[in-house]
Each structure stands twice: as structure tokens, then as C-alpha cells.
Design a binder for this molecule. Structure first.
Ligand code: PGA
Length: 251
């Protein structure tokens, strides 16, 4: 059976509303009804306009983060209710930039994962080690903990709506990609952790994306690995001419 891949573009803190709409329209035109699952995550400010631009296409609308509460006195936060209201389907949670620059903990990320699921959203739970952790031999301990803590309390029946993104921190925005072999080995380890939590069939069915300097020229070899089911793309997602070929890595 041909696998369906899930390729997501994280636009981070880039693009005004009109720039975001322009890119969304270009992508819609370039990708057409392609066989892979595609998601884009613009800035909060552009979600509404991009939702409109993507209407009638297969491109899924995602958010880059969300608050851990439904509503109330939480200055500066965005609720899953507000995201759903705009047509957001997926939400990136626990990105390493959130973990490191904004000190998000596993417990906070877990609260968001549970809330996203309860609200019918599809979380992408990001995990990954720093270079320091990798060199200290802590890769499995760090990634294993992030997966276990991030999924704490997630019911087996909800797991199919969760995607895991393995993003080695040292490979994000640096031009350094993990070798396909190295990435695949970590993905395989994540499946072992998932199996211990949810059993073999669920672990096998889980979509695990790779992220960190994915580009048109390395996408195909990453995707060819048995445990890599898609990509979470940052820099190369900002232009149709680089995101398009990543999505169409088979051609
Ligand atoms: P990058 O970012 O593709 O620019 O390395 C990936 C990410 O942070 O999701």
C-alpha cells in the first residue's frame, strides 16, 4: 500500500496578512489535489485570511501554538475555541522554540495536547534533543520523556488524531539535517515508546514527522525511511518554490 505522508509548513513569525494570503494562493495552485496530506500554519494574525484563501482546497489550516485554557483572564493567549472558529484543524504544540525561548514545560504542553484533543483539534506534538543532550548520550531519555509526558492522559481512542514531530533542535534553521538513518533510528525509538504506552498496532499506525532543515533536495531520502511519515518544514515552507517540491517529493 502506498503511504500517505503528512507535510506541514510552519511559517513561524513571518509574513503579513497579504503576504500569507499570497503564499496560500500560490500553494493551492501549485499543489492542486496532491496525494499527500498538507498543512500550513501561518501566524495567528493571518489565520482568518488564509482560511478564506484555502477554502475548497485540500490544504489543512494549522496554528503554531495555542493557550492552555478555553477562555478567561489570560492576556495574550489564544484559545482553541478561537482557532476552531477560524477553521483551524491542526495545532503545533511544544515546538522547541516554545520550549526554549518561552520555557514551556512538558506539563504545560501536555495540558495543551489534552485540551486540543478535547476540542476536536489535531495536535502535532514536537519533541527533540539539543546538541548538548545528544552529545551527552541523553537523546533517548530526553525524547522518551517528552513523548511520555506530552501524551500523558491521552486516550488510545484519541491517539490517531495526534502526530509526533521529531525535530532535533540542532537541525532547526541551521542547514544541518539529521542523516536519514539517524532520524529514522530516533523515529523507531519513538515507536518503541508509543508501543509501551498504546501497544504495537497503535504505535505502527502513528504518523511521525521529521523536522529540521528539510529542503527539496533532502525530502525524498528522508521520506524513503520506513519510520518517517512526513515533515514539519520551517524555512523552506515560506516559499511555494521550495515547499511545493517538498510536498511533491515523489516526482
Ligand atoms: P527549519 O524549521 O525547517 O527551518 O529547520 C523546522 C521547524 O522548526 O519546524
Amino acid at each position: 500500500m502506498m503511504r500517505k505522508y503528512y507535510i506541514a509548513g510552519n511559517w513561524k513569525m513571518h509574513k503579513t496578512v497579504s503576504e500569507s494570503v499570497a503564499l496560500a494562493k500560490e500553494l493551492a495552485k501549485e499543489l492542486g489535489p496532491c496525494g499527500e496530506r498538507v498543512m500550513v500554519a501561518p501566524a495567528f494574525t493571518a489565520l482568518s485570511a488564509v482560511a478564506e484563501a484555502l477554502k475548497g482546497t485540500n490544504i489543512v489550516l494549522g496554528a503554531q501554538n495555542m493557550g492552555p485554557d478555553l477562555q478567561g483572564a489570560h492576556t495574550g493567549e489564544v484559545s482553541p475555541l478561537m482557532l476552531k472558529d477560524l477553521g483551524v484543524v491542526a495545532v503545533i504544540l511544544g515546538h522547541s522554540e516554545r520550549r526554549h525561548s518561552y520555557l514551556e514545560t512538558d506539563a504545560l504542553i501536555n495540558k495543551k495536547v489534552l485540551l486540543a484533543l478535547a476540542q476536536g483539534l489535531e495536535p502535532i506534538l514536537c519533541v527533540g534533543e539539543t546538541l548538548e543532550e545528544r552529545e551527552a548520550g541523553k537523546l533517548e531519555a530526553v525524547v522518551g520523556t517528552q513523548v511520555r509526558e506530552g501524551l500523558k492522559g491521552v486516550a488510545a481512542s484519541d491517539l490517531a488524531r495526534v502526530t509526533i514531530a521529531y525535530e532535533p533542535v540542532w537541525a532547526i534553521g541551521t542547514g544541518k539535517t539529521a542523516t536519514p538513518e539517524d532520524a529514522d533510528a530516533v523515529h523507531a525509538y519513538i515507536r518503541v515508546v508509543l508501543e509501551s504506552l498504546y501497544g504495537k498496532p497503535a504505535a505502527k499506525a502513528m504518523c511521525i514527522q521529521y523536522g529540521g532543515s528539510v529542503k527539496p533536495d533532502n525530502a525524498a531520502e528522508l521520506m524513503a525511511k520506513p519510520n518517517i511519515d512526513g515533515a514539519l518544514v520551517g524555512g523552506a515552507a515560506l516559499k511555494a518554490e521550495t515547499f511545493g517540491p517538498i510536498v511533491k517529493f515523489r516526482s
